[in-house]
Design a protein around this ligand. Structure first.
Ligand SMILES: NC(=O)c1ccc[n+]([C@@H]2O[C@H](COP(=O)([O-])OP(=O)(O)OC[C@H]3O[C@@H](n4cnc5c(N)ncnc54)[C@H](O)[C@@H]3O)[C@@H](O)[C@H]2O)c1
Length: 228
């Protein structure tokens, strides 16, 4: 399925960044968030992100529409990117609405950093097979990585659709073979943090020297070593 319109559900830090990214890639975005003033904040965030982007021909922030009704947003979308609060009860309430409203073939991708897709999919009694994690690295409009994680009921077709969609909008998706807390990139980051805390704690180096070691050593090399 060709994705022309994306529903961005929850328009806080991550949702606003995703919205800017999708708009810059020439998609229509229908955003939803129940918080008072959410539309104004989202439009301001998109305007603030826009100068950092390289919009494709035809892309425009004016292709953003907003509704407070999540069902309406999901019903109009070809792909759903959910960015609501990191609470199981809230995710399940949101997913019940999305599952009811979205066409059955529409992928429901969660940005969740910490929740497992199998847990999130419990909010989807109708079509749990279209639920995946589509975890960005903050901020998604600047950092290419997306971790696509299937749950126990996720269909292969949903994983492939998510990977194809993210690739088409300029992201670098990876596919996890197992769901686990923290996915992959945050676990790698946490391992480095743990060693940094340990080195400071043992008096081996100061915080400033650890920072210099990363920023002017492996951090710099890693930033230049991406193969594609
Ligand atoms: N902040 C990060 O660095 C980061 C990075 C990657 C992924 N994530 C994930 O992205 C998701 C959102 O995180 P965030 O940092 O943007 O949080 P945030 O608090 O900035 O935004 C959450 C938004 O959800 C809205 N919301 C509340 N109830 C809702 C509902 N019922 N339906 C829809 N929206 C609702 C809130 O009004 C708010 O605008 C979380 O699942 C988090 O794990 C966060």
């Amino acid at each position: 399925m060709t994705v022309r319109r994306v529903a961005v559900v929850g328009t806080g830090v991550i949702g606003a960044s995703w919205a800017a990214h999708f708009l810059a890639h020439g998609l229509d975005v229908v955003a939803t968030d129940p918080s008072p003033g959410a539309e104004e904040r989202l439009r301001a965030d998109v305007a603030a992100h826009w100068p950092t982007l390289t919009p494709v021909a035809g892309a425009s922030p004016e292709r953003l529409t907003f509704t407070a009704d999540a069902a309406e947003a999901a019903a109009r979308a070809d792909f759903v990117q959910e960015n609501g609060p990191e609470r199981e009860d809230v995710k399940h309430a949101v997913y019940r609405v999305l599952d009811e409203a979205a066409r059955p073939e529409v992928v429901l991708a969660s940005s969740s950093s910490g929740m497992l897709p199998s847990v999130i999919a419990r909010g989807c009694p109708r079509h749990p097979e279209r639920v995946v994690i589509g975890h960005p690295f903050n901020p998604p409009h600047l950092i290419p990585l997306v971790e696509v994680v299937p749950g126990e009921k996720t269909a292969e077709s949903a994983v492939e659709a998510a990977l194809a969609f993210y690739t088409a909008v300029g992201k670098k998706p990876i596919r996890l073979r197992q769901e686990l807390p923290g996915h992959v990139a945050n676990r790698l980051q946490a391992a480095l943090w743990q060693e940094a805390y340990s080195l400071v704690d043992r008096g081996v180096a100061t915080v400033a020297d650890i920072d210099t070691a990363i920023a002017h050593g492996p951090g710099l090399r890693w930033a230049c070593s991406g193969r594609s």
